[in-house]
Design a protein around this ligand. Sequence first.
Ligand SMILES: [Zn+2]
Length: 429
Amino acid sequence: MALHKLVVISLDSLGLRDLDEFREFVPHLDQLIKRGTWVKRVRGIFPTLTYPSHTSIITGQYPAIHGIVNNTKIQPQRESPDWYWYRKDVKAMPLYDVAREAGLTTAAFLWPVTARSKINYNLAEIFPNRIWTNQVLVSLKASSPLFLYQMNHRYGKLRRGIKQPWLDDFVTACAVDTLKNKRPDLTLIHLVDMDSMRHRNGVRSPQAKAALQRLDRRVAKIIQASRDAGTYDDTDFVILGDHYQINVDKMIHLNMAFAKQGLLTPIKGKSTYKNNWRVTAKTCDGDTKGYVDLNKLKQLIAGVEGVERIYSGAEAVKLGADPKCSFLVEAKPGYYFTDEVNRPAIVEKVDPSSLGTHDRYRAVHGYGPNQPNYFTTAIFVGPSINQGKEVETAHLVDEGPTFAKILGLHYPAPTAGQVIPGVIKSEVK
Ligand SMILES: [Zn+2]
């Protein structure tokens, strides 16, 4: 058994700005900040998307190394491509595997890219994408079958498919049950309520603020579970975000510009295109990636409204982004990319009545990590953690190495991230 237990709670899209602006509305997080160490400005990775970010958090590596370069895969003929769901897609060692090899027990609740992993108690994040698959079946294949069955049996009534805030209520109930009854050494929890509300209603909308308050209460419930289990005195907690969001009102359909040049072939009557593309843009919302090297394309793209910057493939690698893309295009705040073709224009205003349908948003993420006021943040608290301290800056990739040190574990290969100085009490090894 580990000297200390660790519970990591990811509040999707939590930014530094949330804790700066709304601290009085989140009494539990406020208490944790006072009792622990607040790492205020955490710089994200490129792209600032959920799956790449969570994989960077748990491996201490950038996407170029860990291989989760986007949320979804390149499947141009599908309106809703597959996500990177499976552990086998992660090319670097995640901390949960390091922990298991050291004989620790592990649990994860909707932590991205953990399907078919060796986590002891795992509810993997996976949802049905093709009409002929059924959600329960897909999840059963992907998760710990008996565990999923038990959790669904006990708490399934809290859930309405994968809709929020009910999904987070379900996840919280499952995590609480597991902390009490299984007492895992490492627990990873991913709550998505606020991210969903932001996409739909805007970054600082009343709905997002209400979600933040719900998350504050869920964090309290999870911590209470460790008190009930009698493990609280030996447990360190981390409450962190993966990225922030930026409000948008315009879409850039870059593939339409390529279609006009005859570089890809739209499928009639659909927003998708054929597999025989010579150039394709693959969206990460706030940035997009081009997958063929054609220099004059850069000129074409540079002329499109809303394009902030074009990075070469080599620059993309330096940023830790997908090494396979030929170039990477970042949107200006207010704009985001889609993969769609057959739309009225290359740049299109988001119709408010379309919000909530596929790829229609009021706010997104996926930009480069250097956009202004775009930091995420992290709160560390527990017996291994300094009390009442603030650390000004860190990188997302520093979080995994810091978790490893708390648990007395070592990644098998050097990580891009380093243990964050000033967080862990000096007497802890
Ligand atoms: Zn996210």
